[in-house]
Design a protein around this ligand. Structure first.
Ligand SMILES: C[S@@+](CC[C@H](N)C(=O)[O-])C[C@H]1O[C@@H](n2cnc3c(N)ncnc32)[C@H](O)[C@@H]1O
Length: 339
């Protein structure tokens, strides 16, 4: 691919991104700025997230010199910088009503917010991680993955921006980053119904290279996120990860492996009595991959879709809205043929 097409900033090693709801005085589009003063923020309870009014201010480090290196991360260097697909998707998911409407029995925002999330090929930026962790308070895991060489800067970015995770009612914890973040005192005292949580919400960072998924055991927290979903959904998030033909098969194999693992873990013959009662009472839960592709080369997108549908027999649904249709991105919801 034309290597720099779709990079958020080609000049700055530190990017500041603002996410603002519409009618907040600023445009709903993110403002890309040089370092600015942090605005004070008012805490709101998670119940107000039906209409998302929260804004976010992220400072992200990227490594432009590694992007152009032929040695770093075995010459797989696109993950060293922030690309436009993820911020565009998060802005749409949070602030556009059409991400929150029911289509063919499926509400994308509701599905993601009631999921454990596994992010594939996240790159160094932690935009989805930090922002979505605010809305997954009924879930237990956000597991963010990429190739090994990308992870130290990703961890640094999560730690720099973790103060932006303020709306999750659970105690936040990360074994892989060795931290535990207590609830904000003001949040706990202002929201009696969200009194101290018994469970932890994990934000974990793990290496997952699609080339080796067959030969290696899945990382520990990826497995946990897949095995912990009977009462919740599982979302696999993958933004701008298919940009050449070589990536298609390893990526689809990885999706297939994750879908099959989820299905075996959530096989109804293995359910406990409580799970079965939950199955009767609640809507049955599912696993779906939400993918965003930046439209660069039509043949790559076409090959990807053909292989996903014909070889892997996945269900592939295209997300449509006037806003999405007029962008340079295409978004898909992919699920196993059994769902
Ligand atoms: C264009 S970047 C997109 C990064 C990020 N999702 C974003 O939107 O900013 C593609 C990502 O796919 C990752 N990737 C490429 N090949 C991979 C592989 N074999 N296994 C895991 N991740 C891979 C890269 O490291 C990189 O983070």
């Amino acid at each position: 691919m034309e290597l720099t097409l779709g990079i958020e900033s080609k000049n700055e090693d530190t990017i500041v991104l603002e996410f603002e709801p519409p009618n907040s005085g600023l445009s709903s589009l993110r403002k890309l700025q040089k370092r600015t003063q942090r605005k004070s923020k008012k805490l709101e309870s998670p119940s107000s997230t039906n209409l998302i009014k929260h804004s976010y201010h992220l400072e992200l480090k990227q490594k432009l010199c590694s992007l152009n290196s032929s040695r770093d991360n075995n010459n797989s260097t696109t993950g060293y910088v922030l690309w436009q697909t993820t911020p565009f998707f998060i802005d749409w998911l949070l602030y556009h009503t059409d991400s929150n409407t029911q289509e063919q029995n499926f509400n994308l925002r509701a599905f993601v917010f009631s999921s454990n999330v596994i992010e594939l090929g996240s790159g160094v930026s932690c935009v989805s991680t930090v922002i979505l962790c605010n809305y997954l308070s009924n879930s237990n895991y956000y597991v963010v993955t990429d190739q090994k060489g990308i992870l130290s800067t990703l961890k640094e970015n999560i730690i720099t921006n973790k103060h932006e995770i303020i709306h999750n009612a659970k105690q936040l914890k990360s074994v892989t980053m060795n931290w535990s973040k207590p609830l904000k005192e003001s949040f706990a005292s202002n929201n009696e119904e969200y009194s101290l949580p018994e469970e932890f919400f994990h934000i974990e960072v793990e290496p997952l290279d699609w080339e080796y998924v067959f030969s290696q055991k899945l990382p520990c927290f990826v497995e946990k996120a897949l095995g912990d979903t009977y009462s919740r959904n599982c979302t696999i998030l993958a933004m701008d990860v298919i940009y050449n033909d070589f990536l298609i098969k390893p990526f689809l194999n990885t999706l297939d492996t994750l879908f099959k693992k989820w299905e075996s873990e959530n096989d109804s013959s293995r359910l406990t009595k409580n799970d079965t009662q939950c199955e009767i009472k609640c809507e049955k839960k599912g696993i779906k991959a939400i993918m965003g592709l930046q439209l660069r080369a039509q043949d790559v997108v076409q090959d990807f879709l053909l292989e996903a549908v014909l070889e892997y027999e996945f269900n592939v649904q295209v997300l449509h809205s006037d806003y999405l249709n007029s962008s340079r991105f295409c978004f898909y919801v992919i699920s196993p043929s059994t769902q």
